[in-house]
Design a protein around this ligand. Sequence first.
Ligand SMILES: Nc1ncnc2c1ncn2[C@@H]1O[C@H](COP(=O)(O)OP(=O)(O)OP(=O)(O)O)[C@@H](O)[C@H]1O
Ligand SMILES: [Mg+2]
Length: 247
Amino acid sequence: MADGQEAALQVKGLSKSFGDGANRVQVLSEVDLTLARGAFDAVMGPSGSGKSTLLHLLAGLVAADDGDIRVGGVSISTMNDHDVTCFRRRRIGLVFQDFNLIPTLTAEENIALPLLLDRQRPDAAHIDALLARFGLTQRRSHIPSKLSGGERQRVAIARALVMKPDIVLADEPTGNLDSPAGRAFCELLREMNDEVGCTILMVSHDPVVAAAAKRVHLLKDGRFVDTFETGHDAARVSDRYLETMRP
Ligand SMILES: Nc1ncnc2c1ncn2[C@@H]1O[C@H](COP(=O)(O)OP(=O)(O)OP(=O)(O)O)[C@@H](O)[C@H]1O
Ligand SMILES: [Mg+2]
């Protein structure tokens, strides 16, 4: 980049297929994507277009057939399993639809988990600040089954941010929430992006959710076919999506 700062995410020529022979499905074909630090982008596409596969590749959870993925300037494509696991824990924040919280751990312990797995001693002030920021101070000792859906989601975001990652990857993060909680969650992501400057790549098929991002990429037939600024306008996102996806 011009100022010598590495992009938060740089993807070049990323391809992925599943299956063999007649069952082979080419999910992604030579996909390129760059997110500068502080970006908040969304990927939209129909069901089965490869959105989750893309995020799994970017998180190093699944190996690509071809292409290069750089997170904060570091290529994860050639890392072995152990190195990519450590790298992911330290530098990538993940928020999945079902949150993946550990049911036997409290809210506070779930948030601190990435630090413990990395054999770091959690800084109490840092954890307290995250709990307060996400309105969870009074809920810190509750296990996930005693939390509301919105609270569980906030625990999941706080956990994704605890390591101060280069990028947060979120897959249909509002998929399990009713709409007011979904909207509140989108607001929270926007605040994280505005205030803390964290870089976010989110996947969603919902134009209202995607409009929380600053920019949207449309995925069709394994490629990005359109990229545009949202203006945080859900109607604009919806119109553009329908126009581009028309057969
Ligand atoms: N492990 C796998 N083995 C075989 N095929 C797979 C595997 N994972 C995904 N696929 C196929 O890859 C394609 C893309 O799946 P993916 O889950 O990435 O879609 P998506 O865009 O996230 O869809 P949705 O909006 O429904 O979540 C689908 O056709 C799916 O069947
Ligand atoms: Mg998916």
